[in-house]
Design a protein around this ligand. Structure first.
Ligand code: ZN
Length: 412
């Protein structure tokens, strides 16, 4: 089946996840897509399929030469609830001429606002009709993985075991909640969930979430001297003592403090922060600074501040940096299909982070899609085909190695 045909079939199924639902998966549409994928895997005669219907995970293995490295590929079934994912009406624009695209009579996709469009001259663009998202995040990834599998099913080339996994509710941060490692045991794996074709990311933020509770003392303002402790006032002092490294002032590998929530009155105030940093040491220093500020203010204001810092995830680079073969092999594989690798740190987290820390190094690859989670989302047929070729090339690249080389740092 053509990759485009697959993609169009997948985006026709509404798999929008829903953060207000407490079920796993959060929505039924994801199960419909999962079942469809199971059918397709069966049609491809994949030797091992495990469908965890209860939790909506699809696992499959195309078995290969056991002496060769085992590779895994992961994409997610759901789409973001930030834009509508139902009744998607894709528009296919052949031979794109880098002009404005009228999505409908109100919305325009313009290279002035989205300059990346200028990189797609002459390609076949798939856009929305301006009322929904497209779903390239991450159905482009699923279509690319399925087409890569189809290639190896029909090929006589030698390869190791190829694992695939399709997960639910990634957009809710729950993609690995019920992930079962027993059914997914490759030596290395990739999430196929990034943007530009050729993107290769093996770094992400270290992340912590912070809650601060301030219990003040309220009195009549006229008699407040030496008695009142104004919780709101202390909240503003805490924020003013932090460096001005906030999301709006940072990019690339810079970290930040993000004041996510602030509310309160004289008696009680509440702050929530996100702390993000690529570097472990500087991540620790950020947390220490907040502790120092709170300690100083607690001495002055009668221990009225409670600070709670919880680490949420860590930079996968601390696992992957030992894996020279993985990094250089992936770069070689991308180059060998004449695509320039785009090595980008992820200013967020990915499912690959958790999987990496569970022992399967799991960087992220681009899908070819752009402007995710919005009505301006688009992808090109050429970039999806190129991404499939990158996946094929990665399998071939690692089929040249024996297992010892790829695993020289750990495991077995
Ligand atoms: Zn995604």
């Amino acid at each position: 089946m053509e990759l485009l045909e697959r993609f169009l079939e997948y985006i026709a199924i509404d798999t929008t996840s829903n953060s207000k639902k407490n079920t796993n998966p959060s929505t039924k549409g994801q199960l419909i897509l999962a079942k469809k994928l199971v059918m397709e895997l069966k049609k491809l005669n994949i030797n091992k399929i495990y469908f965890d219907e209860k939790n909506c995970y699809v696992y499959a293995v195309l078995e290969g030469d056991k002496k060769l490295p085992k590779l895994g590929f992961i994409s997610h079934l759901d789409t973001s609830e930030n834009a509508i994912g139902k009744n998607i009406k894709p528009q296919i624009i052949k031979n794109y001429d880098v002009k404005d695209i009228m999505l409908n009579n109100k919305k325009t996709l313009s290279p002035e606002i989205y300059p990346d469009l200028k990189n797609h001259i002459g390609k076949t663009l798939i856009t929305t009709d301006g009322t929904t998202l497209l779903g390239a995040d991450d159905k482009a990834g699923i279509a690319e993985i399925m087409s890569m599998l189809e290639y190896f099913v029909n090929s006589t080339e030698t390869h190791g075991d190829i694992y695939v996994c399709f997960t639910p509710d990634e957009e809710l941060g729950l993609g690995t909640l019920n992930f079962n490692k027993e059914f997914f045991t490759p030596d290395i794996a990739y999430t196929v969930d990034g943007s530009s074709v050729g993107e290769f990311s093996y770094e992400n933020f270290n992340a912590a979430s912070v809650t601060i509770e301030i219990n003040g003392i309220s009195t009549h303002c006229g008699n407040a001297k030496n008695i009142m402790i104004n919780a709101c006032h202390i909240a503003t002092i805490i924020n003013s003592l932090l460096p001005n490294e906030i999301p709006a002032n940072t990019d690339g590998r810079q970290g930040f403090y993000h004041l996510e929530e602030i509310n309160g009155n004289v008696s009680k105030a509440h702050l929530k922060y996100l702390i993000r940093d690529f570097d472990k040491e500087s991540f620790t220093k950020r947390k220490e600074l907040l502790e120092q500020i709170v300690n100083v203010l607690n001495r002055k204001y009668n221990d009225c501040i409670k600070l709670d810092i919880k680490d949420t995830y860590y930079n996968m680079y601390d696992v992957i940096k030992e894996e020279d073969t993985l990094i250089t092999g992936t770069i070689n594989a991308i180059k060998s299909v004449n695509i320039e690798p785009l090595i980008l740190p992820i200013r967020g987290g990915t499912d690959g982070t958790k999987i990496s820390y569970e022992g399967i190094p799991c960087p992220n690859l681009g899908t070819g899609g752009h402007n995710f989670h919005s009505i301006y989302e688009y992808v090109t047929v050429e970039d999806m085909n190129n991404t499939r070729d990158i996946l094929i090339s990665i399998v071939k690249e690692f089929s040249k190695n024996n297992k010892k080389q790829i695993l020289r740092n750990k495991r077995i």
